[in-house]
Design a protein around this ligand. Structure first.
Ligand SMILES: Nc1ncnc2c1ncn2[C@@H]1O[C@H](COP(=O)(O)OP(=O)(O)OP(=O)(O)O)[C@@H](O)[C@H]1O
Ligand SMILES: [Mg+2]
Length: 390
């Protein structure tokens, strides 16, 4: 999960080297600025002297320097900056101007929603921001890097490492289980061991409340559940931004709201989203709303609408506590109705509780069961996602 307060690698390097803090009381320190300037000057000097050498080693050193520079070049003001973006498609001899000068900035932990009629250019814009296509004119900066000029291979790397995608029709692989689907991006990034990947996959499924359905294939899951798997998959490589094209487009309105609740929870934990949709409900959950018409972005709606204030956090926590009580009474009713059974799957118990309650609980669902067991002196425990009763 993207953390809002995450320091950039250069700051971390500074703190490691000097033992001082790069950010103090929310502000970047003077010492850090000076240190950074010096570092940049030295880096340029070093590069110049390396260029003069021209031996094989010098080339090697140069490569290393360039790599180092790439690693530290993360000083950016906004997560995404879109400048005067144009996209024209050529259909035979006809030119279709899908985007006609878009300007947009997105910050970490924003939840941006773009609304607009069919054909207004929403998907085109998302595809450009997500690195699926390149613009005809204009620039896109992602984490300070201009991605509008990159080669296909470089864009593929950006997509793999920095962008998460969620589409209207989930796009899960039908023959694979939920867990295997979530693990697909982990195979491509190749950073984790086999065990590490499984663990990360299960953690991601837990994040969307589906850890108990890990072995189910898409056809055994509802539309909303499939979309939750797709969301888990989008977060596999800890993307800078998650791009959502009509995320609730194929769902009934109630399930759509559950998905939006989940997105809002993830957003509160620091995830950044850009969504496009026809669904007005999406804008209710967004922090910035834009309208798109004929390839132009117009009229910014609310700003900061659902960025969590202290009051909202308090309310959410109260709601979660209330949900816990509701959840307990539902579970209790279920256990009461199933007296005499010695084994009940946790998943079965969970299905007796409305999803809207399960999605906003202060603790894990299993721990709610554990509390009931303790409080009521029930002789039972959860083993391998099954409640064993004696
Ligand atoms: N690959 C393409 N080739 C040619 N024209 C295209 C292509 N993709 C989109 N267009 C055109 O560009 C315009 C914008 O399309 P886009 O798909 O971005 O709209 P949209 O707002 O996402 O619409 P919808 O709400 O229906 O999904 C439309 O006129 C569309 O016909
Ligand atoms: Mg579209």
């Amino acid at each position: 999960m993207t953390n809002i307060m995450k320091k950039d690698p250069l700051m971390e390097k500074y703190e490691e080297e000097t033992g001082k803090l790069a950010i103090w009381k929310g502000e970047i320190t003077k010492d850090f600025r000076k240190w950074k300037e010096k570092k940049q000057k030295n880096s340029i000097k070093k590069q110049k002297s390396v260029t003069l050498k021209s031996s094989r080693e010098a080339k090697k050193e140069m490569k290393k320097l360039i790599k180092e520079d790439k690693d530290v070049e993360v000083d950016y003001e906004h997560l995404i900056v879109v400048e005067n973006l144009h996209k024209t498609y050529l259909l035979g001899t006809t030119a279709v101007a899908a985007l006609r000068g878009i300007d947009l900035t997105i910050d970490k932990a924003d939840f941006v929603d773009i609304m607009g009629p069919s054909g207004s250019g929403k998907t085109t814009l998302l595809n450009l921001i997500g690195g699926l296509d390149t613009p005809t004119r204009g620039k896109i900066f992602l984490e300070g890097r201009n991605i509008s000029m990159l080669s296909d291979n470089e864009l593929a790397d950006i997509r793999k490492e920095r962008i998460g995608f969620v589409f209207q029709f989930y796009n899960l692989l039908p023959q694979m289980t939920a867990l295997e689907n979530v693990m697909v991006p982990l195979h491509f990034s190749g950073k984790l061991s086999r065990r590490g990947k499984r663990k990360r996959g299960m953690d991601l499924l837990r994040l969307v409340g589906l850890d108990e359905r890990s072995h189910h294939t898409p056809s055994e899951l509802s539309g909303g559940e499939q979309q939750r798997v797709a969301i888990a998959r989008a977060f596999a490589n800890d993307p800078a931004i998650c791009v959502l094209d009509e995320p609730t487009g194929d769902l009934d309105s109630k399930t759509g709201i559950l998905i939006l609740n989940l997105l809002r929870d993830l957003n509160r934990k620091g995830a950044t989203f850009i969504a496009v949709s026809h669904d007005a409900a999406v804008s209710e959950f967004a922090s910035k709303v834009f309208h798109m018409r004929d390839g132009k972005l117009s009229h910014e709606g609310k700003v900061g609408g659902l960025k969590e204030t202290e009051m909202m956090e308090l309310k959410r926590k109260q709601e979660a506590e209330m949900n816990k009580e509701k959840c307990k009474s539902k579970i209790f009713q279920y256990l009461f109705a199933n007296q005499g059974r010695t084994e009940i799957k946790v998943e079965e118990i969970k299905s007796s509780v409305p999803g809207s309650i399960v999605l906003n609980l202060p603790i894990h669902f299993n721990d709610v069961i554990n509390e009931i067991i303790e409080e009521n002196g029930i002789n039972g425990k959860i083993e391998g996602e099954i409640l064993i009763l004696k």
